[in-house]
Design a protein around this ligand. Structure first.
Ligand code: DAH
Length: 339
């Protein structure tokens, strides 16, 4: 009798099943009303008294093992079906990972940084919420100066004035206040102007400011740097500097690049002239140096500022500035191949 139970224990241990039906027939076979265990318990009275203790213990072991087996196998099946519910079929190949793309503004900003960092410019940043001093006064734009109207300003607080910076030239001032010459830095960032939104203008856009200060810096240095930049950025090697006015530079100039007149688009974007304006620049006004505690008798420098959107629109032939801020994936996806 004991041998029979030991054999059955081996059978229970070896049993395995993958379906609910298989488990159920196993349960009925061992634990059902007319199952093996009930039969064995019924035979208990026929067992010789001295063997009863061992037989009883063996029977209990068999019963426990059979019950544990049923619960264990049921749990396994449940876990599997749960996993299927959450993850689907785990043996299937997974979906390919979708590659994102950089925003065109980031692409162009990074390219500008790359071009200037190759000739020793560092990258600096300043706050978007500025005070009057850094955005206007220190840049030679005292209160009531008419040139303040060139840039429609979003004010946050009045007296003392706190505002959203209208240009990244504010970072020039901050940088000069905190660094001694020689200075070579470019400052990319967001700027804000209270302007009507159209295909050409937006109230939020991006600029890169450049500043170079050392002893004996001349206008010729500025011109060479700009020529290098336009060659690297656009692959164009003809520029011209048109006299202009900015309060923070003297003399000041507007930089045009010769884009060419090869295609119909060239005609359109250059208005038939072949020339495109890309930035403002000039020699830093001595007053601006003084305002930042740099001695204009010892040092001189140049500065320039350009709009990133404008350059991106030229490089990628984007017809409307609003497209940069709509985050339409059909637009953004087109920049996938560019790093
Ligand atoms: N801050 C000017 C603007 O927003 C751009 C600019 C022009 C910056 C001339 C300069 C500069 O540093 O020298 O229109």
């Amino acid at each position: 009798m004991l041998d029979k139970v030991t054999k059955l224990i081996g059978e229970v241990n070896a049993f395995s099943a993958t379906t609910k039906d298989e488990i159920e027939s196993f349960r009925i076979k061992f634990l059902g009303k007319k199952g093996i265990l009930n039969d064995l318990f019924a035979e208990f009275k026929n067992v010789a008294p001295k063997e009863r203790k061992d037989f009883g213990a063996a029977l209990n072991t068999l019963k426990n093992l059979a019950q544990e087996k049923v619960t264990h196998l049921k749990d396994l099946i449940e876990i599997k079906s749960e996993q299927k519910g959450i993850y689907g079929d785990l043996t299937r190949p997974s979906d390919p990972v979708e590659l994102g793309s950089r925003h065109p503004i980031s692409i162009v900003r990074n390219k500008i940084i790359d071009v200037f960092s190759r000739i020793g410019f560092t990258v600096s940043e300043g706050p978007e919420i500025e005070d009057d001093w850094h955005n206007f006064t220190a840049l030679n734009l005292p209160e009531y100066h008419p040139a303040r109207d060139m840039q429609d300003t979003f004010f946050i607080e009045k007296n003392p004035d706190i505002l959203l910076r209208t240009h990244t030239s504010s970072v020039q001032v901050r940088y000069m206040e905190n660094h001694k010459p020689p200075i070579r830095t470019i400052s990319p960032g967001r700027v804000f102007r209270n302007e009507d939104i159209s295909a050409r203008a937006h109230c939020i856009f991006h600029q890169v400011e450049g500043l170079y200060i050392d002893t004996d810096v001349s206008f010729a240095d500025l011109k060479q740097t700009l020529l290098y930049f336009t060659k690297e950025m656009f692959g164009k090697s003809k520029i011209r500097l048109r006299p202009s006015y900015f309060p923070f530079t003297e003399p000041s100039a507007e930089v045009d690049i010769y884009w060419g007149l090869e295609t119909e688009t060239d005609y359109k974007i250059t208005k038939g002239t072949g020339w495109l304006e890309i930035m403002g620049c000039g020699m830093v006004d001595p007053n601006v140096l003084k305002n930042a505690n740099i001695d204009p008798e010892v040092y001189s420098g140049y500065a320039f500022g350009m709009g990133i959107e404008r350059i991106a629109m030229l490089l990628y032939q984007i017809p409307d500035i609003r497209m940069f801020y709509e985050n339409d994936v059909r637009f953004l996806e087109q920049f996938k191949s560019i790093l």
